[in-house]
Write a protein that binds this ligand. Structure first.
Ligand code: ZN
Length: 273
């Protein structure tokens, strides 16, 4: 299930509704239902899907409200072994929903602060849990940045270059959350000169929640007029590999024939768009 239908004022769910299924179809072997919630920030009382029909639910939305019953159904689904993929602004959603924050590990904005959990970043060769008080979530100007793989043994990253240049995107920083059962696969340095944090921020990570597998990519900022990050082959390939892993625990899709390297980006508009 690719789940979308509502967004905040900075992002455009219709763009994601077009791009995400097209990307998954191009690189992976998925049978996709695109599910659109009501485009409304009020509680969507009609939204109560049968999550158990799906191996993985890809979250491409923000600023949505679900009924308690739907939240409970989602918790049961993930705890029982369901997969979840969190794309960019989806980690801003549901700031008050404890179980959701446990699932996503780290999130930003929407009132997140020290009560949400520590900041979490790479420093001096290891991950640091920083309990300093302050808001969760920030980003500088959209700029290209180098993705540094920190775990090449994971099925999602195995065989990919250990560094590649990602096309202009909002590099999320200062994310904070419970960070329980988190495994960071890649980080990127957020430069202060472009309004960033001056820290090596997690950009690809997994979280274990019950028997469920969660994959989060903080990449993928998109508006109606700005879709470069979704055309970036590094984003596309890691999204597809992360989605397969969240669904099955394995990655059987082939390594891509072409991939960006440490100094040059590679863009490709998905077929069937
Ligand atoms: Zn964004």
């Amino acid at each position: 299930m690719v789940l979308t239908g509502h967004d905040d004022k900075y992002h455009n769910w219709q763009v994601k509704a077009n791009y995400i299924p097209a990307i998954l179809n191009q690189y992976g072997n998925f049978d996709i239902d695109l599910v659109q919630m009501h485009d409304s920030a009020s509680v969507d009382s009609h939204f109560s899907p049968d999550f158990s029909k799906y191996k993985v639910v890809v979250l491409a939305f923000n600023d949505v409200k679900w009924t308690d019953q739907t939240k409970l159904a989602f918790e049961t689904y993930v705890r029982g072994g369901g997969g979840v993929v969190v794309i960019h602004e989806a980690n801003n959603a549901f700031p008050e929903w404890k179980e959701f924050n446990d699932m996503i590990g780290l999130g930003g904005w929407a009132g997140r602060n020290e009560k949400s959990g520590p900041y979490y970043y790479w420093k001096d060769g290891k991950y640091t849990l920083d309990y300093t008080a302050g808001e969760g979530g920030s980003h500088g100007a959209p700029v290209p940045f180098v993705v540094n793989v920190r775990d090449s043994d994971h099925p999602i990253t195995r065989g990919l270059p250990t560094k590649w240049l990602h096309k202009s995107d909002e590099l999320y920083g200062n994310l904070r959350g419970p960070a329980k059962n988190i495994q960071v696969l890649a980080t990127a340095f957020s430069t202060k000169e472009t309004g960033g944090t001056g820290k090596e921020e997690p950009v690809l990570f997994t979280i274990a929640y019950g028997k469920g597998r969660v994959f989060q990519t903080v990449m993928g900022h998109a508006t109606a007029g700005l879709t470069e990050s979704l055309q970036d082959v590094g984003f596309q390939v890691t999204l597809c590999r992360g989605t397969e892993w969240a669904a099955t625990g394995k990655v059987k899709q082939k390594l891509p024939a072409e991939f960006p390297d440490a100094t040059s980006t590679l863009l490709r508009k998905p077929e069937n768009l």
